[in-house]
Design a protein around this ligand. Structure first.
Ligand code: HEC
Ligand code: HEC
Ligand code: HEC
Length: 113
């Protein structure tokens, strides 16, 4: 019995440990530069790491590296708004499913509203 409880506690600590090791990587928040009239976009990076639990929800499109989006857009490896459509698409489908998510309207993301 005690042994089972011990195992359960060890497992719980492991899960909690993995969770905290997982979130909180890279910048806590960032301001993604966008040229033109729409303006930069805020991204609460750590909040997303925590709530999504999946780096590849975004990093499937670009590596975990500052400036990666702009570099890949210049190299034409990412289309204009491709990353944006991924952000917005997720917010839209979660909202439709009745879950809390992020902005869908242009100037709820872009600063120059
Ligand atoms: C909601 C989208 C999103 C998720 C989810 C996400 N990231 Fe990021 N991450 C970004 C963006 C955007 C950048 C900046 C890319 C750029 O500057 O072009 C970035 C940059 C980074 C960087 C480079 C340093 C920095 O902060 O600028 C690291 C390291 C990083 N992410 C790690 C992670 C890890 C580890 C996870 C999962 C635990 C994760 N990210 C989940 C969007 C995300
Ligand atoms: C969830 C946040 C979000 C919403 C909502 C959003 N955007 Fe964006 N937008 C971004 C991000 C992030 C980028 C930079 C990455 C990219 O270009 O994919 C961007 C980039 C852009 C660009 C620059 C593309 C380029 O490479 O020249 C334009 C123009 C733009 N958005 C217009 C809009 C318009 C119009 C709307 C409303 C219909 C909108 N955005 C809604 C996040 C958002
Ligand atoms: C796979 C789903 C998903 C993707 C991709 C995603 N988000 Fe979100 N976003 C969420 C969820 C869930 C929340 C609400 C919970 C939270 O804050 O983490 C949210 C919340 C937000 C908020 C509101 C935060 C607040 O404090 O009100 C902003 C701003 C935002 N996202 C911007 C972005 C941008 C910019 C991108 C793309 C670079 C992005 N998101 C990509 C799921 C996503």
């Amino acid at each position: 019995m005690m042994r089972k409880i011990g195992t359960a506690v060890a497992l719980l600590l492991l899960v909690v440990g993995v969770f905290f090791a997982f979130a909180g990587q890279g910048s806590e928040t960032m301001l993604l530069p966008v040229e033109g009239k729409y303006g930069a976009v805020d991204l609460p990076h750590w909040d997303h790491q925590e709530s999504l639990g999946d780096c590849n929800a975004c990093h499937g499109l670009f590596p975990q590296e500052a400036g990666a989006i702009d570099r890949l857009k210049t190299e034409k490896a990412l289309k204009k708004k491709q990353v944006m459509n991924n952000c917005r698409g997720c917010h839209r489908s979660m909202t439709k499913a009745g879950k809390a998510s992020g902005p869908i309207k242009c100037f709820d993301c872009h600063a120059a509203g």
